[in-house]
Design a protein around this ligand. Structure first.
Ligand code: S3P
Length: 433
């Protein structure tokens, strides 16, 4: 485990960074490219470990995937054409790869075994096993529906209408992807809107997908046409430099290429409601998704109480929002965050422990956190943070370190490679710019 001590900023953060490709969109571009017949070309793919796990799995099931200079090229097998993988599919740390691929395999006549690291092996897969079993797929999972697990697909599978019991784009996407090779119409009812990248990209590849109110339908046995895709930057990765610029006095940072899909951009609304100075320049469309360049200036933040209805649009951004709250004026309260307990780590408990270790005043609630902010003053810092194989914990505490008197030691900085391999270089460049 490579440990790392992040020192406090030695002055304002200044300069310009270009955010790496969106993780969610990168996974889907590889998967749908692999389900099309012909060559899909992807620009801006996130070359993080999670996405590379998806690429390896698609190769193991018959797709040809190559990097040529700045672009990735996928020659797909066509819907219905996935091959039986010869060995277990290693999903590493990636819940998105696992759950979406379980959906794809579910309606193909193949058997696949999924394995992952110790973090992924503790995460619940029952939420995907349940709807896919209704479609006829057979699962052999480890106790309480965990990895390692084996999926025996059924072809033809049975189309279902499934109401999501948790607000989860991964579960929604697993069912829609299973629906791709299922005769008839598969429907997902989503009481709370979650990220819609699967729907957008399936439509872009030529599948018949439509939404009526909270019902999303897909007509199966679709024929996908290869595409040229440009992946926009990841708003979840941009969140770290955003909060860093807000909490380090005197900073002004431009963060280019930030995806602003409304199903992802909740953090930016919440930060602005806390008094953050964030300007959205160069608004444009990239790969069918809205994108902007953000100009973020250090700001005096005030405490916030988030509305549980905003959670789905910023589900991955709470760890770094907790850091912003730790430097805001007043007591922030975040509730309705039960889902955070089943991410790469229990992000409520782990962030409570980490923030306390750097001197913040935090109360852990069953479904969230209450945080008493410093009003902008630095926190003491010091102590070593347990990151629990969770990239977003590591990056959030690295951001907090910038405004801690003694900096912060991370027990393990390797997890950042799952979603943002250049993270430390990008933040470091803002110091010297
Ligand atoms: C993702 C959906 C979210 C998110 C994850 C990526 C996706 O998970 O936390 O990082 O790409 O669909 P849930 O859908 O389980 O909330």
């Amino acid at each position: 485990m490579p440990s790392r001590t992040v020192q406090p900023a030695n002055g304002p953060l200044r300069g310009h960074i270009h955010v790496p490709g969106d993780k969610s969109i990168s996974h889907r571009a590889l998967m749908l490219g692999a389900m099309a017949v012909g060559e899909t070309v992807i620009e801006g793919l996130l070359e993080g470990e999670d996405v590379l796990a998806t690429a390896a799995a698609m190769r193991a099931m018959g797709a040809t995937i190559e990097r040529r200079g700045a672009t990735w090229h996928v020659w797909g097998v066509g819907v219905g054409g996935l091959l039986q993988p010869a060995t277990a599919l290693d999903m590493g740390n990636s819940g998105t790869s696992t759950r979406l691929l379980m959906g794809l395999v579910a309606s193909h006549p193949i058997t696949a075994t999924f394995v992952g690291d110790t973090s992924l092996s503790q995460r619940p897969m029952g939420r995907v096993i349940e709807p896919l079993s209704l479609m006829g797929t057979d699962f052999t999972a480890s106790p309480s529906g965990r990895l390692p697990l084996m999926v025996r697909g059924l072809c033809p599978a049975v189309p279902i209408e499934y109401r999501l019991p948790v607000a989860s784009a991964q579960v929604k996407s697993a069912v829609l992807l299973a629906g791709l090779n299922t005769p008839g119409i598969t429907r997902v009812i989503e009481p709370v809107a979650t990220r819609d990248h699967s729907e957008r990209m399936l439509a872009g590849f030529g599948a018949e997908v439509w939404r009526e109110g909270d019902v999303i339908s897909i007509r199966g046995e679709a024929e996908l046409k290869p595409q040229r895709i440009t992946v926009p930057g990841d708003p979840s990765s941009a969140a770290f430099a955003t909060v860093a610029a807000l909490i380090v006095p005197g900073s002004e940072v431009t963060i280019a290429n930030v995806g602003m899909n409304p199903t992802r951009a909740g953090l930016y609304d919440v930060l602005r409601s806390m008094g953050a100075s964030i300007a959205f320049g160069q608004q444009r469309s990239v790969g069918g998704e809205p994108v902007a360049d953000l100009v973020v200036s250090a700001s005096t933040l005030t405490a916030v109480k988030t509305d549980p209805t905003i959670v789905a649009s910023m589900v991955d951004e709470f760890p770094v929002l907790f850091v912003a709250a730790a430097f805001a004026r007043g007591r922030s309260v975040f509730r309705g965050l039960e889902e955070l307990r089943v991410k790469e780590s229990d992000r409520i408990a782990v962030m409570a422990a980490a923030l306390r270790a750097i001197g913040a005043r935090v109360e852990e609630l069953p479904d969230g956190l209450a945080i008493e902010g410093t009003g902008g003053e630095p926190l003491p810092g010091g102590g070593t943070i347990a990151t629990h194989l969770d990239h977003r914990i590591a990056m959030s505490l690295a951001v907090a370190a910038l405004n801690c008197r003694a900096g912060v030691a991370l027990d393990d900085d390797a997890p950042v490679a799952t979603s943002y391999p250049r993270f430390f270089a990008d933040i470091g460049a803002l110091h010297t710019a």
